[in-house]
Design a protein around this ligand. Sequence first.
Ligand SMILES: Nc1ncnc2c1ncn2[C@@H]1O[C@H](COP(=O)(O)OP(=O)(O)O)[C@@H](O)[C@H]1O
Ligand SMILES: CC(C)(COP(=O)(O)O)[C@@H](O)C(=O)O
Length: 304
Amino acid sequence: MTTTATREAEVFVPGHITGFFSAHHTDDPATTGSRGAGLTITTGVKLEVCRGPTVSPGITLNGKSISIDAVDNVIDRLDIDDINVNAQTALPLGAGFGVSGAMTLGVAFGSNAVADKTNTRAESALITAAHCAEVRAGTGLGDVVAQARGGFPIRVEPGAPHVGQLDGITATPRVEYCSFGTVSTESVLNADTNTLTTAGEQALETLQSTPTAAQFMTLAHQFGVEAELMTPKAQEVIADVQTAGGTAAMAMLGNTVFALGNDLSAAGYDPVVCQTHSGGVSIQQQGNYQTGGQHNPRTIEHSS
Ligand SMILES: Nc1ncnc2c1ncn2[C@@H]1O[C@H](COP(=O)(O)OP(=O)(O)O)[C@@H](O)[C@H]1O
Ligand SMILES: CC(C)(COP(=O)(O)O)[C@@H](O)C(=O)O
């Protein structure tokens, strides 16, 4: 039996729920992005990334082969078409949790962790590659930089690292959400974004003067109304939460309603419960394993 070394890494990227945003397009994806605010959540995407002579290239999400434009873009950009990615998530794709951003950022970090030591990149280069890939795909403007930071990010200035600017709200609330399906981010971003951008800029100014979780929720709800982005289902659920004395908002951009504390369950819903995530993208494991042609990730040996 011939023995060959395969490199493997496990990466976790938190989900990201945008509460409000404004869109800022330029002719360069690195300076294109959004301003706004959202929160990263403990429910996210876990990616096992492998590279080696016995590894067949490909991407799966929850066991099924998947095609996500932003992921294809980052693979091209970083020239990493020899990796295998096995991603798992409890989050729905296309429903406003930044799963496309998480996949793209996770592939960038994972591929770097399994690259030859002479071919590694610094974090800012990987985040920039993932951000530009999402912008080019038209599926996100600010998820990647928010997911790289973690916590409760405020996107003060748009764009990739060294261009954009991030701040945050110092709170780690419990989060509840109910998802009812997808909204096409590409369709919203390709349409006229003037109304949403005016609403998003006003919300950001108010949040910066009172950067609290409660203020964020009030502004996120108001943004959904003013930007005319609310789905009928989101309107119905948010109205029920208000009747029960709480605050809820639509996740941008998905047919998803989120709330802090227990505001959805107090209104009689049965939400998924998670927490604000304390950190950003992280490499959980990384190492080599030996195989005689069989891929068995459980035999991973840690390397420093
Ligand atoms: N089954 C699917 N449902 C939704 N999107 C999908 C699916 N399969 C592939 N995609 C692709 O995934 C991307 C989803 O992007 P986006 O709507 O921004 O999702 P998210 O809100 O999860 O980040 C799009 O490029 C879309 O074409
Ligand atoms: C709201 C959105 C433009 C898209 O978010 P999603 O649909 O989750 O990809 C996000 O990237 C942002 O800039 O805030």
